[in-house]
Design a protein around this ligand. Sequence first.
Ligand code: GDP
Length: 369
Amino acid sequence: MNQHHHIENDDKYSGLTVNSGVTQPPSVNPYLKPRRRKPLPTSGELVEGILKGDVTILSRAVTLVESLSHEHQAIAQEVIEKCLPYSGNSRRIGITGVPGAGKSTSIDVFGLHILKDGGKLAVLAIDPSSERTKGSILGDKTRMERLAVHPSAFIRPSPSAGSLGGVARKTRETIVLCEAAGYNNIFVETVGVGQSETAVHSMVDFFLLIQLAGTGDELQGIKRGIMEMADGIVINKADGDNIGPAQLAQAQYRSALHLFPPTASGWSPEVLTYSGYYELGIPEVWDMIDRYFAFVKANGYFDAKRHEQARYWMYETIDEQLRKHFYDNPEIQQQLARCEADVYANRRSSFAAASLVLATYFSETKTVL
Ligand code: GDP
């Protein structure tokens, strides 16, 4: 029987002819190439690209730094290690202020101001709150419109995942990569509403606090800690009707700063007014920052602070890794759950429970070693 024979073509179905259809393609598309994951670059390739200032490779390396995968972390750590000798040659400036203070508007203007004289600028951020970071990949680009398209600027939003300590460490590691790629100005932006200022303070040379006039929080206790960290306080939006209030706030901040103990650097923090939007007073802000760098480089504080920060990050990293190793251990996790229930029900004291879990951890670690 020929293969085109169809029973419907039988005499009893006369009047009706059925043609063979088109042969069906196999259900799997033979033209579709199996999707291969892009192979991971070697640390050598990444370092070579970074040192050449290749932005695509720098971004790729930063992505590995931010990744939680062990494989990515292993490469990232090698890259950081190899970039370290080429790092350090930059001004690291922390910029903080509450949302709406005008950070992005100001960073755009400050950035353009310093890039007029050449050089390169990387803008990084520390913001562990995932809600904001979700939108800020695009957000940051549009918020800093002119910098985003400037060939000498590299803008990278905050790594989103993880604890503040973890996010801060990744930003600090990203600074190393950016410096190796020739970025001689680093801005680290943070939202001035929490612990992240302390983290930023521990990785920058100069800490700039952007404030607004007339928000009533000038001398509030909550800001004291942040004010004490500031090397410069700048009151933004000193334009139009707001010039008077901005100058008043300036006077208030100045007298408040007099009450603070002298700074470790010997530098007296200054208070200036400016307008990011109307680009007024920008050279003056920058002149203050230039004078600060000249001052601390001359008195040795610049190097001393960088050494102290390096030491701080060593211990921070050790602390973080130890905690992670402890809490990631499945047996410890189970025991912790049991102990938590015991403590809650008053069957065991907190201290006895802690000793028990730690004893398990240490005995396990010994057997591993
Ligand atoms: P951020 O949340 O701190 O990054 O603040 P933005 O830079 O997004 O600014 C918040 C709002 O304040 C925006 O609507 C800006 O246009 C406005 N703004 C920023 N700088 C100035 C300024 O110098 N003067 C005035 N009048 N408005 C400003």
